[in-house]
Design a protein around this ligand. Sequence first.
Ligand code: GDP
Ligand code: IMO
Ligand code: MG
Length: 430
Amino acid sequence: MSITVIVGAQWGDEGKGKITDMLAAEADIVARYGGGDNAGHTVTVGAERFALHLIPSGILYPQVVCLLGGGMVVNPKKLLSEMDELAARGVEVSPARLKLDGRAHLIMPYHIALDGAAEAARGSAAIGTTRRGIGPAYADKSARSGIRAQEMLSPPETFAQRIREQVAAKNTLLQQVYGQPPLDAEAIVAEYLTFAQRLAPYVADVSEVIAQSLRRRKRILAEGAQGTLLDLDLGSYPYVTSSYPTIGGAIIGLGVGPQHIDRVIGVVKAYQTRVGAGPMPTELTGELAATLRGTGTQPWDEFGTTTGRPRRCGWLDGVSVRYAVQVNGLTEIALTKLDVLSRFEALQVCVAYELDGERIETFPTDSTLLARCRPIYETLPGWQVEITQARTFDELPEAARQYVSFVEELSGVPVSCISVGPEREQTIRR
Ligand code: GDP
Ligand code: IMO
Ligand code: MG
C-alpha cells in the first residue's frame, strides 16, 4: 500500500498545489487524475511562483516522475506551453519525467467554442465555467466520440480524418444551435498534427507505469484537481465541473485498485471559497468577505489562478467538510491558509444548516435545497497575531490550536498538517 491521494475537500483552490509540492519531496511519482487546465495550482519556492494547470505539482523535484492520468482532459497546446515555460525556467520535462496516459481525452478548439456558446446560451443560469472546453470534452468522452491522446500515435492521415469528422459535426452544432461561425477544420488538423508530433514520445500507459512502480515499492502521490463539491455526481450539481475530483476519480483516472491507497488527505482551506455560480451557504458579503479575499496585492489573495476572477468567500462550512470526509473516506485533513484567519477578532464555523425552519447536519443532494440552507454558526475566538513563523503546533497561539481542534472534532479525522503560508517551510506537520 503506497498511494497517497490528495483530494480537494471544498469548491477547489484549497491549496492542493502547495500540499502536493510539499509531499512530493518524499515521493517517486506524482500523478494528476482528473480535470484539465481549469485547474490552477500554485507552488511557491522562495521568490519563485509556479502556476501549474496540467502538469502535476511534483515536477519541481528532479527525482519525481509526473503522470497525467487517463481521467484528464488535456489541451495539447496548453500542455506544450506549460512544458516550454517550465523548461525555460530550468525544469526538466523530458518523456522520462513526464508521461501522458493514452486514454486521456484531447481538448479541441470546438470544445472551447462550445463551452463559451453553451455558457452564453444559459444566460442568468450560467455555471461560470472556466471556458477551457472542459464540459464539452467530457461530454464527447461520454458520447464515445472524443479523441484520445493515444490517437496522436496513429498515422497522420488517420488522426487528421478523425479531427475532420469531429469538426464537421461540431460545426453543425455551433452554426445551427448556437448561431456561431464554423471552425476551419484544416487549420485545426495542421495545428494538431504538430502537437501530435511533439507529444507522441510522452504518451504512455499510466495504469501500467503505476502497477510496475507499486511492484518496485515506489511511493506514489495522486494529486486531485478541483474539489469534492465540484464533483459531477457528488457535488452541487449542476454547478459543478464535468469530472470526478473525489476518490473514485483517482481510482478510475489512474487505473489503480483501491487496496493500494493507504492515505486519503483532504485539503481543507480554513475558510470557504468558490469561483463560479451556485449555492454557497456560508458566503459573506461586505467587509468580512473583503477581509478574507484580500485586495489582490498578495499572491495568495482570493483571485483565481486560472481566470483571475475574485473568489466568493465565507466562513468554514463544517457540514460540507463532514460530507467530504464521508464521500472520500478521508483519513486526514491538511488545513491550509490558517494564517489568513489571523485578521479577525472572532471566527465563525458553520456546524449545521437551517433548512425551512429545521436544523440539518447533512449536505443536501439537491442544489435548490442547498440554496435555501442558512448556516448555523459557532463562534470561536480569534488570535490576531502573525502565525506565519510557527513551525510546531505548540508555537501556535491557544486560539489557533483551539480552531484546529474544533475542525478535528467537527470532521472526526485528524488534522495532520497545518499550512500557515504559501512557502514549503510554512507548514506544521503532526
Ligand atoms: P489549489 O488549486 O488547490 O492548488 O489552490 P490555488 O493554488 O488555486 O490557491 C491557493 C493559493 O493560496 C495559492 O496562491 C497558494 O500559494 C496559497 N497558499 C497555499 N497555502 C497557503 C497558506 O497556508 N497560507 C497562505 N497565505 N497562502 C497559501
Ligand atoms: P483547482 O484545481 C475552483 C469551477 C468553475 C465553475 C465550475 C465548472 O484550481 O482547485 P469548468 O470550467 O470546470 O467546466 O467549470 O467549476 N472550477 C474550479 N473552481 N478551482 C478549480 O480548480 C476549478 N476548476 C473548475 O469556476 O464554477
Ligand atoms: Mg486553484
